[in-house]
Design a protein around this ligand. Structure first.
Ligand code: PMP
Length: 354
């Protein structure tokens, strides 16, 4: 029986994508070859790459607006340093909303001055800082839209004259935003877009070429753009499967339609967390993530029973991250409302039993 996958990662994808991807592993388009053995320079694969790149821009509403989409390797973690390598000349501003922002800050410090504009470290990152002042003359501002570990999500993004860079690894394509406000967006494919192994980078081309340092080719966005995201052998299976997921999302009705379903899922789980006296939410209400709901059991003695009930209901991966504890229900794009309802039923069953 297929389980309800609430795991924070690597990914959850629609069943039809798993099916099509597995068929392509055996015989891609009746070619007698697997998608992972055809030449990445063949028309068949170049078409896959081009479709993935153009679907990404289309779904974000960024077509014809001076942006390029790349499918790179090294994970979102590689982007922590690539961003600074390509864009940090003297000083950049970072909003610190969790472990991933912290890691991005650490890498950027290797390349220039980093100003931590705001941080929610004082409360173990259970909220999104607001009302901060943004210094002038920054090369860029970096933020993390969704904090996978802590279950918070930025609703209002910083506004300034500096280019806005965002790590959207755990909520890309999940909600409508004016994506043209961002100069660079990056996201590991895993979670909402595909298997681990590739990272989407969407860049407004005119922000590049402004720094003096020499950039190694593999980290140089300009090189990757000039080679159509095929500077070296791309992670063919991850790109292909991401393309299938983006096609699925388009058929679903795009970001607008998935946002509606994501909001319903979030409402369902948070209502239960708030109404059920056995549970307590971790993140401040107004900053709650629609992707990762974090909560704890008020009485830890019930943990064994609750965990057993989850297992019995086919619920997988609800344990919280060690830095928060408790539970984390990750509800990425491919998760259905029915799966969330199953978890909510288990939570209310626990209340009846306790
Ligand atoms: N940023 C965020 C918000 C994440 O959730 C993660 C991983 N889950 C990363 C960055 C790191 O991504 P990767 O493992 O692809 O380097």
């Amino acid at each position: 029986m297929k389980k309800h996958n609430f795991s924070a990662g690597p990914c959850i994808l629609p069943q039809e994508v798993f099916k099509e991807a597995s068929e392509a592993i055996l015989n891609y388009n009746d070619s007698g070859l697997s998608i992972i053995e055809i030449s990445h320079r063949s028309k068949d694969f170049v078409d896959v790459m081009e479709e993935a790149r153009s679907l990404a821009l289309e779904l974000l509403g960024l077509e014809g607006k001076g942006y390029k989409a790349l499918f790179l390797q090294g994970g979102a973690s590689m982007q922590f340093l690539s961003v600074a390598y390509n864009l940090l000349q003297s000083k950049a501003g970072y909003i610190n909303t969790g472990s991933w922002s912290d890691k991005a800050i650490k890498e950027a410090k290797l390349f220039g001055e980093v100003v931590e504009i705001a941080s929610s470290k004082d409360a173990n990152f259970n909220y999104i800082p607001k009302g901060y002042t943004i210094p002038k003359n920054l090369d860029y501002i970096h933020c993390t839209s969704n904090n996978t570990i802590f279950g918070t999500q930025i609703k209002d993004f910083p506004v300034s004259e500096a280019p806005l860079i965002c790590d959207m690894s755990s909520d890309i394509f999940s909600r409508q935003l004016d994506f043209s406000k961002f100069s660079l967006i990056y996201a590991g494919a895993q979670k909402n877009m595909g298997p681990a192994g590739t990272t989407l980078v969407v860049i407004k081309e005119d922000i590049l070429g402004k720094i003096e340092r020499q950039i190694p080719s593999m980290l140089d966005y300009k090189v990757h753009i000039s080679k159509g995201s095929m500077f070296n052998t791309p992670p063919v299976f991850a790109v292909y499967t991401s393309m299938l997921t983006l096609k699925w999302l388009k058929k679903f009705g795009g970001v607008e339609a998935i946002e509606e379903r994501n909001e319903k899922k979030a409402k369902l789980i948070y209502s239960e967390v708030d109404l059920n006296p056995l549970f307590k939410g971790f993140a401040v209400k107004e900053d709650r993530s629609t992707m990762n709901a974090t909560f704890t059991l008020i009485n830890e003695d019930l943990k064994e029973t609750f965990d057993a009930m989850c297992t019995e209901a086919g619920i997988n991966g609800v344990n919280g991250h060690r830095s928060v504890g408790g539970y984390r229900a990750s509800m990425y794009n491919a998760m259905t409302l029915e799966s969330v309802a199953t978890l909510v039923d288990v939570m209310s069953d626990l209340e009846r039993k306790a």
